[in-house]
Design a protein around this ligand. Sequence first.
Ligand code: AG3
Length: 276
Amino acid sequence: MIGVWFSELQQPGLAISCLVKEVLHHEKSEYQDIKVVDTERFGRMLLLDDVIQTTVKDEFVYHEMISMVALNTHPNPENVLVIGGGDGGTIREIVKHPKVKKATLVEIDEGVVKASKKYLPELACGFDDPKAEVIIDDGIKFVKESTAQFDVILIDSTDPVGAAEGLFSANFYKSVHNALKEDGIFAAQTESPFFNRDLIKRINKDVREIFPVCRLILANVPTYPGGLWTFTMGSKKYLPEEVDIENIPDLNTRYYSKEIHKSCLVLPPFVKELVE
Ligand code: AG3
């Protein structure tokens, strides 16, 4: 087998390595280094500044879980906003939902959208849906300028370093609260319960001060640090555990299901202590 090993240095003293068969795309955009590589084990993989964002093999877990729990907790998620998510995986899930009328994605880096359209069609296919609109802009600014507009907002960001750091701040969650309608819900990717414990704790404290309902969602993404991953959900009114799961539409999801809607909220003690 000819190939080179790509390693993401996930943590001090910890790396994940994948055998790369081919580098399909490499550019330096205004914001970051963008690569799409074809790997032996996970298929095509999107790397931003050499951090694994998503792979064709395991992307369904993350994209279903960031979107479906929030969408199915809201009784009428008509108008949905995604911040980040330039690969298209999250918007692909959103437009599947029968109650969604409009899905707007605000991505800062057009290079990610273009590379994904070309090399990750399985994810970027969501962009072609008539309900979808893509805006190339700064998500923080966009949310700040929106008021009482959205039913659901999903924050599909990179790790909290550099430009993305602002997407994990209390001020940003306040703007998200303001951009949501009076019964709105948001969900954000919030990193590893093994390696980002202070961050998750701090986010939960901030969100609890802004939203009456705050929940942690767990899912397993093998290519992310530690594998076990969290999403934080803030809701103005609806509780995910009170959803009548029999009404959840079957959208051919491979990780999310009626049962997972409930079980993903059940936290092992070492995670529960982060939100108490
Ligand atoms: N967003 C990136 C999640 C963080 C991954 N972190 C890491 N590998 N160190 C995923 C974008 C998918 N739409």
